[in-house]
Design a protein around this ligand. Structure first.
Ligand code: SF4
Ligand code: SF4
Length: 245
């Protein structure tokens, strides 16, 4: 079986190219290892646990984000690095921006409460805690594609995880930090949910964060702009919608 792999080397300023390799393995990660050991030792990719736990082998197959270790390939598949990150070499991208996003969303434990945590408390944060930081969601996100300051799917999913964490005594700084370039910029397109290998639903988490924010007195800035700028032409028709009856 032949597969195509996008190639690039930032250090040598090589132009992007596509190599075709013949492989016998049908598991993508095994096929990449086969190429590296038999055909081309310079092929560069990341991998760690080889069992879908570490998230380091995320790539795109025919444009869809997947974990290489959990993916079966077919004839002529095109393997590319994740989108929306700087490519360092071949299938390896720079993921250092994730630390910045997590810091910006304040999605981490900075207060250790002495509270007893029940099983029900841990269930509240169970799903979001399963994030393996694979970056697939950022690669798929159309908002992040055009705005690298957007907090994006996993930082927001993580924000919900810590907002719901009983050990965080005061979650208001997290809620405050996700308003600007955060929850209100998401188009709720579900692309991130579709590609998440852990079954996390960042779109649903962002909706929950919007609800929590409204309950805390925050407003959707898109709605306030909409309200102030639009009177549906009623005032032009001599009708003041704020006048009461
Ligand atoms: S639902 Fe929101 S965060 Fe997820 S991919 Fe779409 S725009 Fe990005
Ligand atoms: S939310 Fe899902 S897709 Fe995004 S980094 Fe975490 S595990 Fe990967």
């Amino acid at each position: 079986m032949n597969i195509k792999i996008k190639r690039f080397n930032k250090q040598n300023h090589e132009n992007q190219s596509t190599s075709i390799f013949s492989v016998s393995k049908t598991n993508l990660l095994q096929a990449l290892n086969e190429i590296k050991s038999i055909s081309d030792a310079s092929l560069t990719f990341r991998c760690g646990c080889k069992s879908g736990v570490c998230g380091s082998c995320a790539v795109r197959v025919n444009g869809i984000e997947v974990l290489a270790c959990k993916t079966i390939i077919n004839e002529n598949d095109l393997i590319e690095p994740l989108k929306n990150r700087t490519v360092i070499k071949d299938l390896v991208v720079d993921v250092s921006h994730e630390t910045f996003l997590i810091k910006k969303s304040k999605a981490y434990l900075d207060t250790n409460s002495e509270l007893e945590i029940s099983q029900n408390d841990t269930k509240l944060i169970d799903i979001q805690s399963n994030c393996i930081l694979c970056n697939a969601c950022y690669s798929s996100c159309p908002v992040y594609e055009v705005n690298k300051e957007f907090l994006g799917p996993f930082a927001l999913t993580r924000a919900l995880r810590y907002i719901n964490d009983k050990k965080v005594l005061n979650n208001s700084s997290i809620i405050d930090s996700i308003q600007d370039k955060g929850i209100w910029d998401c188009t709720l397109c579900s692309a991130c949910t579709f590609v998440c290998p852990q079954g996390i639903d960042p779109k649903a988490d962002i909706l929950q964060l919007q609800n929590i924010s409204v309950q805390k007195g925050y407003e959707n800035p898109n709605f306030s702009n909409f309200d102030s700028g639009m009177d549906f032409g009623m005032q032009d028709m001599g009708f003041d919608p704020n006048a009461g009856f």
